[in-house]
Unconditional design. Structure first.
Length: 209
């Protein structure tokens, strides 16, 4: 069976937003996931919304799960909506891929992802399940590090890191030009956003079989 990652999430404090705002945020997440798949050359994420403010995507190959998680978080923060998302990541096999979307898909990766999300405390934002130790331990630590930086991003910092994560090999001068800022301003935003440690963790995750 193919080993994939399933990301299951829900919006935080969505009850304070209007239904129209929640709809826009869900569409934003779907667009971010699709843009990431195109940029990274992965399979379509098959974004599926459920339970009002819940959502789910598949990530294949699985080692890209940390980068995709970071891309989703930066993209959402860059939207300046004031609403974040929790994410549970499940690594495993998929038994049934589903028909139109992921609503009727099944397999260990889906179960693990749902349990990871349900097991989050009120203050935690990210969790992962389905990896053997010690890989599970350091992936969890990597997610804690990502959550630490994510809680402190400004809109501009998140926007800069979002572009960097989508196309890591792209020259910084081009990224700066797209954002309409100087190369120095971009480097400053990336440094504060945690680019160096986060990219190191992401690359390590992607090198893990």
């Amino acid at each position: 069976m193919t080993r994939i990652a399933v990301l299951t999430g829900d919006l935080i404090a969505s009850s304070a937003a209007t239904p129209a705002d929640v709809d826009r945020l869900m569409q934003r997440l779907a667009t971010i996931a699709q843009d990431a798949a195109r940029s990274l050359g992965t399979d379509p994420p098959r974004f599926t919304r459920f339970r009002g403010d819940g959502w789910q995507i598949v990530v294949s190959p699985a080692p890209l799960c940390l980068r995709i998680t970071a891309i989703l978080l930066t993209g959402l923060r860059a939207s300046d909506s004031g609403i974040d998302t929790r994410i549970g990541i499940g690594i495993g096999a998929i038994d049934r891929p589903g028909t139109q979307d992921l609503a009727d898909a099944s397999g260990p990766a889906f179960s693990l992802s749902g349990r990871a999300l349900d097991g989050l405390s009120r203050t935690d934002r990210l969790a992962i399940a389905g990896l053997p130790d010690p890989a599970l331990a350091w992936h969890a630590a990597a997610l804690d590090t990502l959550a630490h930086f994510a809680a402190r991003w400004s809109r501009e910092q998140a926007q800069a890191l979002h572009h960097r994560l989508l196309a890591e090999t792209r020259p910084l001068q081009q990224v700066a030009a797209d954002l309409g800022i100087t190369r120095q301003a971009l480097s400053s935003r990336l440094a504060v956003a945690g680019e160096k440690p986060l990219l190191a963790l992401i690359r390590a995750a992607e090198a893990t079989p």
